[in-house]
Design a protein around this ligand. Structure first.
Ligand code: HEM
Length: 329
């Protein structure tokens, strides 16, 4: 068999694997409003706040692409010399006053907007755990509902305990978060859902984003954590950028045959090839006024030519986020 034919058979088999996974994915029955309401049911509804990842801080920086990026996607921000970015780091939960020391403030979030040119923008929304508690949007709603009905007075087995029996990955997610980070700048963040990159020649590559901190990952000891303030992460990042820039390497992790494209609860193996897409350098604070925060939103399917969504959850997420954006105006 010649090499060309062999490569094309591999591509076909790979495409078939992906199609099967996508076809097997049941249609989402939860509406975007039900998803936002389920988040409120778990975290409460708070004025001017995001339904989840409510506490955060906005910064500004610059993205410089690496030379390999343009080989796998024709997206314009990977061709341009550099692109200004707006970054928002956040704590988990929809509680805007949550302490940065509270274990529930994990996973932390990183959302980034590439301000390309002529008002054109594109976003990535990631968090600090390589995976998601559940495979589908409907299961995410079931999980949120199970959490809301499993308060301290609930009879055992609680709804959440029962959910864990059938969804062991959700239990692992909720019970094995990383320790508290020393800084938003010393944590890795993962895009979790898959995208399809398309290059100038029309070749497709399935990827997941990873943001790896240039300073490495660092965590607080229990003693350090006990001495940390409720807002230690925003206090730290302000001091951090005053002395040195915060930097992340942005990678595309490349899917191999058999990797599940449409199930964000299963991380792809660390042995997968990663392509360096570029470097994010953050040097200044953004507009953190109430008005500035209201104006800023990140939508997971806000993409540019050369990038397509490959995981149905991205579409569901992207219908729910604008509802929360509207509610917090
Ligand atoms: C079906 C699944 C999901 C739903 C329904 C959902 C819903 C939401 C909503 C409603 C918001 C608030 C948007 C706003 O007011 O601006 C939000 C924000 C956020 N979500 Fe999700 N989400 C989902 C999955 C995920 C996943 C898989 C990740 C991690 C990769 C993630 C990370 C974040 C982050 C970091 C923010 C804060 C963005 C910011 O800083 O403005 N979400 N999500």
């Amino acid at each position: 068999m010649n090499q060309y034919l062999s490569i094309n058979i591999k591509t076909l088999v790979f495409a078939a694997t992906i199609l099967t996974a996508t076809e097997m994915q049941a249609q989402t029955t939860s509406t975007p409003q039900q998803m936002v309401d389920a988040l409120h049911g778990t975290f409460g509804k708070h004025d001017n706040a995001r339904a989840v990842h409510a506490k955060g801080i906005i910064l500004q920086g610059i993205f410089t692409p690496g030379p390999e990026a343009k080989k796998i996607t024709k997206a314009i921000h990977f061709q341009n010399k550099s692109t200004p970015v707006t970054v928002r780091f956040s704590d988990f939960t929809g509680i805007p006053s949550i302490s940065d020391t509270n274990p529930l403030s994990n996973p932390r979030g990183l959302a980034i907007k590439f301000n390309i040119e002529n008002g054109q923008t594109t976003d990535i929304v990631a968090h600090s755990y390589n995976g998601f508690p559940v495979a589908t949007t409907d299961e995410f709603r079931q999980l949120l509902q199970a959490i809301s009905s499993s308060g301290p007075d609930a009879a055992h087995p609680t709804a959440l305990e029962q959910f864990f029996v059938t969804h062991p990955i959700a239990k692992t997610f909720l019970t094995s978060q990383k320790p508290a980070t020393t800084s938003f700048a010393t944590l890795s963040y993962y895009g979790v859902n898959s995208f399809k990159f398309i290059n100038q020649k029309g070749k497709s590559t399935f990827i997941r984003y990873q943001f790896i901190p240039v300073e490495g990952e660092h965590f607080l000891t229990k003693e350090e954590l006990s001495k940390s303030s409720d807002d230690y992460l925003s206090e730290e990042i302000k001091k951090h950028i005053a002395t040195k820039p915060v930097q992340f390497k942005l990678y595309a992790q490349i899917a191999e045959q058999g990797d599940d494209i449409s199930n964000p609860s299963i991380a792809w193996s660390d042995s997968r090839k990663r392509v360096l897409l570029g470097t994010i350098t953050i040097k200044t604070l953004g507009d953190n006024s109430v008005e500035g925060d209201k104006k800023l939103s990140f939508i997971p399917n806000h993409i540019t030519e050369g990038i397509e969504i490959a995981d149905p959850m991205l579409e569901d997420r992207s219908k729910a986020y604008p509802i929360s954006v509207k509610e917090r105006q």
